[in-house]
Design a protein around this ligand. Structure first.
Ligand SMILES: *[C@@H]1O[C@H](CO)[C@@H](O)[C@H](O)[C@H]1NC(C)=O
Ligand SMILES: *[C@@H]1O[C@H](CO)[C@@H](O)[C@H](O)[C@H]1NC(C)=O
Ligand SMILES: *[C@@H]1O[C@H](CO)[C@@H](O)[C@H](O)[C@H]1NC(C)=O
Ligand SMILES: *[C@@H]1O[C@H](CO)[C@@H](O)[C@H](O)[C@H]1NC(C)=O
Ligand SMILES: *[C@@H]1O[C@H](CO)[C@@H](O)[C@H](O)[C@H]1NC(C)=O
Ligand SMILES: *[C@@H]1O[C@H](CO)[C@@H](O)[C@H](O)[C@H]1NC(C)=O
Ligand SMILES: *[C@@H]1O[C@H](CO)[C@@H](O)[C@H](O)[C@H]1NC(C)=O
Ligand SMILES: *[C@@H]1O[C@H](CO)[C@@H](O)[C@H](O)[C@H]1NC(C)=O
Ligand SMILES: *[C@@H]1O[C@H](CO)[C@@H](O)[C@H](O)[C@H]1NC(C)=O
Ligand SMILES: *[C@@H]1O[C@H](CO)[C@@H](O)[C@H](O)[C@H]1NC(C)=O
Length: 815
């Protein structure tokens, strides 16, 4: 026994040691398929516990001053390695030999002072190399063998020239050069030689450099997919000249402007005129102070984004073919946009208030996003978006009040996506079939719209709807039970935070495609409705923060077969042994709970609530066993008690009698002078001698004899106590051999003795009828002692002695 204990203790100690020194601090698996994170654990080595099948490894924020082959185990499958800020100074030639299949290597934030000449070159499959913030002064590193390279990020260094090494001409898939936040001030014609020859589909990021001068012609006839020159110039003059020097560039998307607000707004007219010399399709400007003449340079753009800056100026631009217009303003704006016949997408967000005149009559317009504007709309929506039959998505979320007209969506029957969330919906229409005619609607978000569902037909015609988000609203009476009847295509419903107490069994009966159901933050106590046979496709059920204390076994067994996610967090789970089946079910199905550590037991006290999965199931077993054992003990004791009671009933009765006698008042009239205790075998002597001499003498003595004076029909014991002992002044005991043999006599004597002791007067007169052996007198409790201590009368057949005997006896009885 003690040996086992010692081994167990040692085992626990080893476990504790391991947890303290390593395993606990090492890497965690993020996803099933080989993604691990060892981020920020200050590790100085790659843990051996890491499986060699790891594909993605985040090893950032650790401590690996010298990278060499021995640091890494053989990791054939590793594709993505993040070594951000690992204090790497020295990268040995063989550093990456054990992971030749790497496609992404991130070395951000390491003060590398030495690169082994061929250290990177072994990574033939590398697609992406990130050397941000590595203290580089130039691209003087050998990576000529990385012909599969697509992205090179060398932002936030001290590089002064954007010239690429000649060998990069052969990098045929190369498409991203990120040089942001370097120290490039001059761009020479020769610097773009390699880029020019890359026949590019290239994104070039030069933002946040202090460019002073660009040699004209540097970008002549070059094609770039995207050029980012936001905040890339040392001054406004440099920018004006720089833009002109970009003359002849063809670029898909041009990103310009400034992060610092108002910096560009102060420009004199014409600072952006250089844009007219650049061919671009798409322009994304931030805080640019567009003047009328500058805006002429963007008339041919198809995608225009103007974030802050002079937004109103676009009103008068004769756009040729703009398809997408995105306006982000931080000031109230009123815009006249009726001329944009080609427009397909209009996004106007984050303005403090926007009023757009003529948002109607744009026949090609399909997508409208007016979210986050604090806008109020009266008479929505068919009058506000007039004659625009092709609108497919409308986002009016995060606005003020929207008053719906009586038939709000007539003329908008192409709508597929409608988003009103966090906007207050008002108007009578909310009481009727609100979304009538929207047969094409697939996505509807009316979460937190302060909407009360009165009508059960609100969604009557939405039989193509797939996603319904309606959290944070209210239901009138049982509207909820009938609301979803025609939503036969719906796959996702969110009815969280709607103060729902209960859900009827029929509620989801017409939704055979429902896959995700969110019912968080309600007041549900039972989940029987999810076992409806039509809900067979349900995969996800979220019911966190409800009032669920337990789920009966029959519901757990009938949950939809495909249910793989069940969020039960923050319910007041009843962790008592009576719910042991439910708790066992939770512990054995942990994989379906996304946040199993948040499934907490309802606590009796206000102290910390503990996790349901930590519930000590064995304690229930112990309690059960204890209950069984105590029950068995109780039964055994009962049986034993019954047996003893049966076996010793005589004594019990005796005790009872004593007790009863003791309780009865002693101020009682005596019916007899003496009660005679004798064996019936001595009856002849009693009748012939005792009765004869005492009762017939003068004065007569009234004796109580059981044969004569006991009441018929009364228990003998009661007679003994009532008639005999209590009803008589004295007790005469006739001791003989028969007396000592008779259990009744013994009993009577003992009762009499005890009674008299409790009463305090030892009025027992003993007559020894014949000599009895001492052994036998000892058998009668108290008799032997009594004989020794008190005088007794002895009978003899001698008549002379008899006379004295009777005189003495008479005297003893009378006194
Ligand atoms: C990380 O490890 C290094 C060296 O092992 C040590 O100097 C440093 O104090 C550690 N940092 C933390 C936060 O533990
Ligand atoms: C690269 O991965 C392939 C399988 O994807 C494997 O056969 C090969 O051994 C790996 N090469 C190296 C050098 O790890
Ligand atoms: C780089 O490529 C050359 C030519 O293909 C080859 O000889 C050399 O071994 C390669 N270097 C490394 C480190 O793989
Ligand atoms: C940036 O380059 C200039 C020369 O072009 C140099 O004088 C300056 O020190 C550099 N700045 C930094 C931070 O390296
Ligand atoms: C530009 O590069 C060519 C060769 O690529 C070289 O001959 C010429 O001298 C360079 N010009 C300047 C001004 O550096
Ligand atoms: C350019 O690259 C983008 C994204 O990498 C790709 O979608 C596009 O088709 C490419 N265009 C050409 C002309 O290669
Ligand atoms: C816009 O396109 C028209 C014709 O396609 C062309 O004449 C005009 O120069 C272009 N404007 C700009 C600023 O590129
Ligand atoms: C509507 O806009 C909001 C905020 O601008 C955004 O979060 C939401 O995803 C958009 N809705 C749709 C359906 O795209
Ligand atoms: C539900 O759809 C059926 C047939 O598609 C239609 O007859 C019924 O009116 C619809 N219910 C409501 C409330 O519109
Ligand atoms: C469960 O899901 C699978 C696909 O994920 C689907 O093929 C199957 O029909 C679903 N089972 C039921 C009962 O709907």
């Amino acid at each position: 026994m003690t040996a086992y204990c010692k081994i167990g203790g040692l085992f626990i100690y080893i476990l504790f040691f391991l947890v303290q020194h390593g395993i606990g601090k090492e890497c965690t698996q993020i996803k099933k398929h080989g993604q691990y994170s060892c981020e920020g654990r200050n590790l100085t080595y790659i843990p051996t516990s890491l499986p060699s099948s790891v594909k993605i490894l985040d090893f950032s924020f650790n401590f690996l001053p010298t990278l060499k082959r021995s640091v890494f185990p053989q990791l054939n499958d590793l594709q993505h390695l993040d070594l951000t800020r690992c204090h790497i100074h020295h990268i040995a030639d063989d550093a990456f030999l054990n992971m030749k299949n790497l496609t992404t290597l991130i070395l951000t934030g390491n003060p590398v002072s030495y690169f082994g000449p061929d250290s990177l070159n072994v990574l033939h499959k590398l697609h992406r190399l990130v050397l941000m913030d590595s203290g580089l002064y130039s691209l003087n590193i050998r990576f000529n063998n990385l012909t599969k390279l697509q992205e090179l990020n060398i932002g936030t260094n001290n590089i002064q020239s954007m010239a690429l090494p000649p060998f990069m001409i052969h990098f045929e898939d190369f498409n991203l050069l990120d040089l942001h936040a370097n120290n490039i001030s001059i761009l020479k014609v020769n610097d773009t030689n390699i880029l020019q020859q890359m026949k590019g589909n290239l994104t070039l990021i030069l933002s946040r450099n202090p460019i002073l001068h660009i040699e004209p012609g540097a970008f002549q006839n070059m094609y770039l997919r995207e050029l980012n020159i936001r905040n890339a110039f040392a001054s406004l003059d440099a920018q004006r000249d720089g833009l002109k020097a970009l003359s002849g560039l063809n670029v898909g998307k041009l990103v310009i402007g400034n992060y610092i607000e108002n910096f560009m707004l102060k420009t004199s007219d014409g600072d952006l005129n250089g844009l007219c010399l650049i061919n671009f399709e798409e322009i994304d400007s931030l805080c640019a102070g567009w003047s009328a003449s500058e805006l002429q340079c963007i008339v041919n753009a198809t995608k225009i984004s103007i974030e802050r800056g002079n937004v109103r100026a676009i009103e008068n631009v004769p756009f040729q073919g703009v398809k997408e217009l995105r306006i982000v303003a931080n000031i109230p704006v009123s815009l006249e946009l009726s001329h944009l016949e080609t427009l397909e997408t209009l996004v106007a967000i984050q303005t403090n208030y926007i009023y757009i005149v003529g948002i109607s009559d744009m026949p090609r317009l399909q997508h409208i996003d007016l979210s986050q504007n604090r806008v109020h709309i009266t008479d929505c929506c068919e009058n506000y978006f007039k004659r625009m039959p092709n609108i497919r998505s409308l986002n009016l979320s995060n606005n003020g009040n929207i008053y719906l007209s009586n038939n709000p969506f007539s003329g908008l029957s192409s709508l597929e996506v409608l988003d009103f969330h966090q906007t207050t919906l008002k108007g009578l229409a909310t009481k009727f079939e609100l979304f009538k005619k929207l047969q094409n609607l697939k996505y509807l978000d009316i979460s937190y719209t302060d909407f009360t569902f009165w009508s059960t037909v609100s969604f009557g015609s939405l039989n193509r709807l797939k996603v319904l988000k309606m959290a944070g609203n209210h239901f009138q009476e049982d509207a909820l039970s009938y609301l979803f009847e025609n939503l036969t295509s719906v796959e996702y419903i969110d009815i969280s935070n709607c103060e729902i107490d209960s859900i009827a069994w029929r509620t989801f009966k017409d939704l055979p495609r429902l896959q995700q159901l969110l019912l968080n933050q309600n007041r549900l106590m039972v989940l029987d409705f999810v076992t409806h046979p039509n809900l067979k496709d349900l995969r996800l059920l979220e019911v966190h923060t409800n009032n669920i204390a337990s789920i009966p076994l029959n519901i757990l067994q009938n949950l939809p077969k495909n249910l793989t996610v069940l969020d039960l967090s923050f319910n007041p789970i009843d962790c008592s042994c009576s719910q042991i089946n439910f708790i066992l079910w939770i512990t054995s199905h942990q994989q379906i709970f996304p946040k199993k550590n948040n499934i907490l037991c309802k606590s009796q006290s206000l102290g910390s609530r503990h996790k349901t999965i930590d519930f000590d199931v064995e304690s229930c077993e112990r309690i059960r066993r204890f209950t069984i054992v105590t029950s068995i003990c109780a039964v055994v004791l009962l049986v034993l008690a019954s047996f003893l009671a049966y076996r010793f009933q005589f004594y019990l009765r005796y005790g009872y009698i004593l007790l009863k006698g003791y309780r009865t008042s002693r101020q009682q009239e005596w019916s007899y002078d003496a009660f005679v205790i004798y064996s019936s075998k001595d009856e002849c002597w009693v009748m012939d001698e005792l009765v004869e001499n005492l009762e017939n003498g003068i004065p007569p003595i009234h004796l109580c004899l059981h044969v004569r004076d006991f009441e018929a029909g009364k228990a003998i014991t009661s007679n003994i106590i009532d008639e005999g002992i209590m009803g008589s002044r004295k007790i005469i005991v006739v001791v003989s051999k028969h007396f000592t043999d008779s259990s009744w006599c013994r009993f009577e004597f003992e009762v009499a003795q005890s009674w008299l002791v409790t009463q305090g007067n030892p009025n027992i007169i003993i007559i020894i009828l014949e000599d009895v052996e001492e052994e036998k007198t000892k058998k009668v409790f108290g008799l032997h002692k009594h004989l020794k201590k008190n005088t007794y009368l002895k009978w003899s057949s001698n008549p002379i002695n008899n006379t004295r005997f009777w005189i003495r006896l008479r005297k003893a009885v009378i006194t």
